[in-house]
Design a protein around this ligand. Sequence first.
Ligand code: NAD
Ligand code: IPM
Ligand code: MN
Length: 360
Amino acid sequence: MKSKTKVSKHSIAVIMGDGIGKEVVPEGIRVLDAAGRRFGFTLKWEMLPWGCDYYLKTGQMMPPDGLEILKTHEAIFLGAIGDPKVPDHVSVWGLLLPIRKEFRQYVNLRPVRQIRGVESPLKARESGGIDFLVVRENNEGEYTNVGGVVYGGTDQEIAVQESVFTRQGVEKVIRFAFELAGKREKRHVSSATKSNALTFTMTFWDRILKRVSGEYPDIRADQYHVDALAAALVLNPERFDVIVASNLFGDILSDLGGAIAGSLGIAPSANVNPEREFPSMFEPVHGSAPDIAGKSIANPVGQILSGAMMLDHLGHSEAARLIETAVEKVMGDNIKTPDLGGKASTQEVGKAVAGLIAKD
Ligand code: NAD
Ligand code: IPM
Ligand code: MN
């Protein structure tokens, strides 16, 4: 990833989106603003009211020039998209997936870290013991949206959904995983495959893995069929360091990762365009959680840590580390939302983290 020289003012597009996105994003902003005051940078937030409410009013998830508007910003800070009143494929293909694709955010980086002070639902897992990264291919594979339906609504109805894997796409994301592993202590890449059943695409993926891994002799590489990998993540999560996976496999493994690390609500993510030709987008792994929306009980930690990943991307790594430490301290003090067994509200967690950053 290209590094960034330190700048003191950043223009950020904010899409709170739907459901708990509207509750957790303000807490992310609260914490990042506190970090900005402390470290001497300013985040200029442009609030964009796009999402399902916008769709219900206008028939579109974002305006026709939405991507042009986003392009004028350095980064995008997103909550979540999805509302029971709008079919999920309409909301997602009207906003989230076009951004990831058009801005060539071909890496979706999803750290799975068991924050100290947060218990894993897995037995005998010491707090802080789980620490791996999911590098998810984010532009193609199973999410290519090529296909169609014929004889719709009849007994002969046929639905076809193609997976498209390109040599460049697969190679870039696998290479990214190896580069990342080279900067970590364990120097270990595990690839998620399913070449026993998916004869063409996944054998292709495996061949590219083998070729790229040959260029990194000092990084250990192995591969698991994704079903076995899912089981191994539950049984031996400490075995993993960097996991590289296709779009769909990475999606599923990162929810699993969040859950074993304590809660889906603590998992952050970065949709990265490593070449920096376009803005990258930072959002938690979770969705809009309509089942708990509007109750002020959503965990804001995934959003806050996505904000820390955004600060890393903008060149403010010291501020990002302080946010992580502050989150750890707040969890250690047992200021937790109900998904982690606590009684604190979304806002209480956000205020506690921001408060530590301000005074610490
Ligand atoms: P979800 O992630 O919204 O929720 C799954 C479960 O986890 C729910 O029980 C929810 O209450 C819980 N949960 C999620 N985030 C939480 C948090 N921060 N704190 C506490 N609990 C939390 O997944 P879903 O139910 O499959 O999807 C709901 C909607 O979100 C759908 O419309 C879906 O398409 C959308 N979605 C959007 C994104 C995104 O915008 N990136 C991601 C995933 C799902
Ligand atoms: C995620 C979400 C999205 C995905 C959905 C909403 C399309 O689950 O960000 O993990 O599958 O990428
Ligand atoms: Mn997902």
